[in-house]
Ligand binder design. Structure first.
Ligand code: GDP
Ligand code: IMO
Ligand code: MG
Length: 495
């Protein structure tokens, strides 16, 4: 049985990130979408960056589900009611897809999704995007303020956005809550501002109108007709506004609960939950605690510096690179110097080596992602809240040529020598020092066939120990960007 067979057994499945995002949900969703008729995003907006490789081309999707590359085959893609949508960026994403030869005829956007307005973006950039003074380091896409307005009941839904008069009325009310952006305005000035904002939406309203639909009803109708639905998670459980490392979180609920409600389904409708875990390293972008971070505060500060990016790291750490046709940097991810960094005595440098080998730079913002060893306690906590039927490990190939790798299985805290408790509160995590199990390293595994028996013994052992600890079968290991780079493990044959 393939991974797609396993996940596609029931009617509804969800792909859920059990860490801080960027675990490779996009790749897996695209791969699994062959067994599903409908693929839906449920939460978040264009803060997400999901990268897939299709016909040899790398494509980054932000708001649109990764199934869009199968649009011409009749596969339906939905941006669900729980999402937020940025009209201009949506238009750009659609245009980029069309220019690359993809159709978007079967894409639907929920009329109930909330729309990100210019004042959401302005406030987010001014207050949340920086990581200075313990800032959150948001993606600056207006996500937080948009969800805040949704909950405060002054949001603009897609259906309001498409109705010029309704939009004008909603915006004229909302802008008075944005003195930080527009100053302390009276009713008349608020109307003028609203008028200006609405004027600028002509084009995006026209485009969005083509995709808007009552998707809640549609999803249920599809299911009644025997179609299968896959929910593409965004962000990760540890960024969940309810369960994550609050306040260092996003403003939606990227858990299985959010996945269901974000497409208009009851929680019990989800038949199969696939958890995704980067292993044996994990990443985090933006502020907030990560006890296993390689190089600790030095890494956090380095990654928070807006001047640091992939090119700067290649130069700084002496890795040769070339420039591709679009000006992008091209380098060998197993370059001798990168392997050397992975094995440095200095943990910060180890992190740099892994970041370069894994190309861990934000798909949305280009920021260096903070790198640390996989935290099994955090994964177990995330699994507790999502009840995954199975887990897929990703990016394991990145660790090739490291002499050893580690997995965090306990914390030492100021009061306890070794505990296996996870508390997402920054107060707890900031003073928690990870205690690791260490495993022998391995050579390249992305060149192996699809056979579990070929995996190095130390890796097999580490996978088994994680699976036992999290009490969830680990059914496959992803060892490359391409969809066929997945090693199915024994458990893949049955739940
Ligand atoms: P998502 O947000 O969870 O969809 O993940 P991202 O797309 O932001 O980040 C994952 C990155 O790793 C992307 O560039 C993928 O192309 C790439 N990727 C996914 N799976 C693997 C894997 O198993 N190995 C390697 N080396 N790269 C992978
Ligand atoms: P995908 O779907 C990684 C992080 C931001 C910031 C925090 C809040 O690609 O896994 P926001 O803009 O949402 O208000 O930022 O959440 N963040 C992500 N990190 N992957 C993502 O999405 C993320 N979406 C938001 O870096 O720390
Ligand atoms: Mg991502």
């Amino acid at each position: 049985m393939t991974l797609a067979d396993l996940v596609g057994q029931g009617k509804v499945a969800a792909v859920i990130d059990l860490q801080f995002g960027d675990t490779g949900k996009g790749k897996l969703t695209e791969m699994l979408s062959e067994r599903f008729d409908v693929v839906a995003r449920a939460t978040g907006g264009n803060n997400a960056g999901h990268t897939i490789v299709h016909n040899g081309n790398e494509i980054v999707l932000h708001s649109v589900p990764c199934s869009i590359v199968h649009d011409s085959e009749g596969k339906v893609s939905i941006i669900g009611n729980g999402c937020v949508i940025s009209p201009d960026d949506f238009v750009d994403e659609i245009n980029a897809l069309r220019n690359a030869g993809y159709s978007t005829d079967n894409l639907f956007v929920s009329t109930k999704a909330n729309v990100i307005m210019p004042y959401h973006i302005a406030r987010d950039r001014a207050h949340n995007a920086s990581q200075k003074n313990k800032g959150i380091g948001s993606t600056g896409r207006g996500i937080g303020p948009c969800y805040a307005d949704k909950v405060a009941r002054r949001g603009v839904r897609v259906e309001d956005f498409l109705d010029r008069d309704a939009l004008y009325a909603r915006v004229a009310k909302a802008v008075r809550f944005y003195p930080d952006v527009y100053g302390d305005v009276g009713e008349r000035k608020a109307r003028e501002i609203a008028f200006d904002i609405v004027e600028k939406t002509e084009r995006s309203r026209e485009v969005l109108a083509r995709y808007a639909a009552e998707t809640i009803e549609k999803v249920h109708e599809f299911l009644r007709r025997g179609k299968k639905v896959l929910i593409e998670g965004a962000q990760g459980l540890l960024l969940d506004v309810e369960f994550g490392t609050y306040p260092y979180v996003t403003s939606s609920s990227p858990s299985v609960n959010g996945a269901a409600s974000g497409v208009g389904l009851p929680a019990r409708a989800i038949d199969f939950v696939l958890g995704v875990v980067k292993f044996p390293y994990q990443t985090r972008v933006g502020g907030g605690p990560m006890p296993t971070e390689l190089g600790g505060a030095r890494s956090r500060e380095w990654c928070a510096n807006p001047e640091n990016n992939c090119e700067r790291e290649l130069r700084e750490f002496g890795v040769e690179f070339e420039r591709g046709p679009r000006g992008q940097v091209i380098y060998d991810r197993f370059h001798e110097r990168i392997n050397e960094l992975k094995n440095s005595e200095d943990e910060f440098e180890q992190g740099v080596g892994i970041r370069l080998a894994g190309s861990e730079y934000g798909a949305t913002t280009g920021r260096p992602r903070r790198v640390g060893w996989t935290d099994a306690l955090a994964v177990r906590y995330a699994a507790m809240l999502n009840s995954p039927d199975a887990i897929v490990l990703t990016k394991t190939d990145v660790l090739a040529f490291a002499r050893e790798f580690r997995v965090g299985y306990a914390y030492a805290t100021p009061t306890e020598r070794a505990i296996q408790r996870f508390d997402p509160s920054p107060r707890f995590l900031e003073s928690a020092r990870p205690i690791y199990k260490t495993y022998e390293g391995f050579e390249r595994i992305d060149l192996l066939g699809n056979g579990e028996q070929e995996l190095p013994d130390s890796l097999k052992l580490a996978v088994k120990e994680l699976s036992d600890f999290v009490r969830t079968p680990i059914v496959a290991i992803s060892v490359g960007k391409e969809r066929d780079k997945v090693v199915c493990l024994r458990e893949c044959r049955g739940k």
